[in-house]
Design a binder for this molecule. Sequence first.
Ligand code: TYM
Length: 328
Amino acid sequence: METVLSGIRPTGNLHIGNYYGAVTSFVRLQEEYKCFFFIADWHSLTTHPKPEDIRRSTRTILAEYLACGIDPQKSTIYIQSDVKEVLELYLYLNMNAYLGELERVTSFKEKARKQPDNVNAGLLTYPTLMAADILIHRANKVPVGKDQEQNMEMARLYANRFNNKYGKEYFPIPQSFSLVGQGVKIPGLDGSGKMGKSEGNCIYLCEEPSSIRKKVMRAVTDAGPQALNSEKPEVIQNLFTLLSVVSPKETYDYFDEKWNDMTLRYGDLKKQLAEDLINTLAPIRERILDFSSDTERLDRIALEGAEKAHESAAKTIRDVREIIGFRV
Ligand code: TYM
């Protein structure tokens, strides 16, 4: 049976970019595949969070994962830092990862530009840690959004490099996966490309309806359609992309037709989008409140997940040690 794996950094709350980019695909796949979902708390250390923030964010994300429908009976849900075998694989992969290729990664270059006083080695080797996360369970499919594509290419590079070096097809070559559409990118409401925590343009899964309405009504638009059947400029396309994921197809088609015959009023579209977002998120929000209130249950789920993940990871490390030439 093929293995599916994905992860999220615990920095704040889940937003609808995370949800449609990765989480909905996980939830569907867990019915058919062997699935691992984890919280990437080691990755979050690149920005030096406080211990209390790590603890709080990790529990928050865990509650939100569960509220989205990731089921600990069907999948293994764990916290990255509970599975120390990942670090051993990270070390082996780092020995065959080269400075030039790591420095060329776009997200590294961007971070180095944004935080010039904190260009740490963890930031540089972020892709090898991500490759270790994936390869430790020998995952075949990785549900991620478009923004992770370069990291996925690096994971494939390191899997191939290991296999070639030792002359053995040990690691499957992991493929990106999305049920929403390959390379899905949920846009922000500020016309600035992707929705993201650091972009400050998110709609969170736990967001109150009044706040969702406010954010959607403030979304950037333009002067309106200028010609019949014209191409939509990016800010308008962004609203339509959001409609395409949260609203029924008839709603999308209705507003698309209005765009094409130049009768579209952005206020109407925004009102509908806000209501469809609120309706989609309402049951998730309720379940988030429910899961968050029971920290004992959350801690128990994390512990059980850690044991299952450890078992799978330990097997890979035994094989890898033997392949490399270490005592097992
Ligand atoms: P992170 O925490 O930034 O995001 C988690 C997941 O959400 C997706 N995502 C989006 N998808 C579509 N549109 C958006 N606007 C959007 N914003 C976020 C991301 O693509 C991601 O799938 N490096 C990873 C965490 C990680 C990981 C892994 C993922 C660590 N190890 C191993 C998969 C496998 C990250 O920072 O995701």
